[in-house]
Design a protein around this ligand. Structure first.
Ligand code: CTP
Ligand code: MG
Length: 228
């Protein structure tokens, strides 16, 4: 299975002066943890890291240290995640029929989750890992007034990996460009094009490292996982 890793952000909410994926948790950069999970997932056979060329010297030295046994390519990122994935799709080898897209910032996803998404995408057009929301979610207007309370049983928090049929995803991205859609994940493009996207049960620990507080939580999760 082909895996694209969007890793071209700047990490504004982290408040760091560089790509947050280059910050360390338990003596390993965030992107390195993500790559180690991809390496451990047997289903993954090819990895494309979508990233800004200014970060390439750092990524190259991380790759040199990790010595992954799978082919890895660096692909030039875009100004938004959507543009980055678009670039990634263009750089996929011809043979790719399905693709998994997994955020570099979700360094806690397990190899098992990557494997099960890779297996499942062979039998459907689109899927995302997601978990049921635990909080009651409110729809609120600009004045801070609650408009409605959606039934929690229908609410899931989207994660990555997300998996897609490559041809369909390319079409949806092209449609997104021509219609000017701005989305924060690829499933949203499928939804807008009216193509079914399935849910795969994700992992509570599969958080997206976004703020400094997430670094501390990731440290805790990795420590309990590796028990030292
Ligand atoms: N990403 C990307 N290209 C962009 C923006 C984001 O490939 N132009 C990637 C990030 O590197 C990350 C993933 O998309 O792995 C999810 O994005 P997010 O968590 O929002 O990361 P950043 O955009 O870096 O953070 P922020 O929004 O706080 O600036
Ligand atoms: Mg962002």
């Amino acid at each position: 299975m082909y895996l694209l890793i969007p890793a071209a952000g700047v990490g504004k909410r982290m408040g760091s002066d560089r790509n947050k994926l280059l910050l360390e948790v338990r003596s390993q950069t965030i992107i390195a943890w993500t790559l180690l999970a991809a390496q451990a997932a047997q289903e993954i056979t090819w990895i494309g890291i979508i990233s800004q060329p200014t970060d390439w010297p750092d990524f190259q030295s991380i790759l040199a240290n990790l010595q992954l046994t799978k082919p890895v390519e660096l692909i030039i990122g875009g100004a938004t995640r959507q543009e980055s994935v678009y670039n990634g799709l263009q750089a996929l080898p011809e043979a790719a029929e399905q693709v998994l897209i997994h955020d570099g910032a979700r360094c806690l996803a397990t190899p098992d989750l990557l494997n099960s998404c890779a297996q499942a995408i062979r039998h459907c057009s689109g899927l995302i890992a997601a978990v049921p929301v635990k909080d009651t979610i409110k729809v609120v207007d600009e004045d801070g007034i609650i408009q409605s309370t959606p039934d929690r049983r229908n609410l899931w928090a989207a994660q990555t990996p997300q998996g897609f049929n490559v041809e369909l995803l390319k079409k949806c991205h092209a449609e997104g460009v021509s219609q000017g859609w701005e989305v924060t994940d690829d499933a949203a493009l499928f939804e807008k094009c009216g193509i079914e996207v399935q849910i795969v049960e994700g992992e509570e620990t599969n958080l997206k490292i976004t703020t400094p507080q997430d670094l501390a939580i990731a440290e805790f999760i990795l420590s309990s996982r590796f028990n030292s």
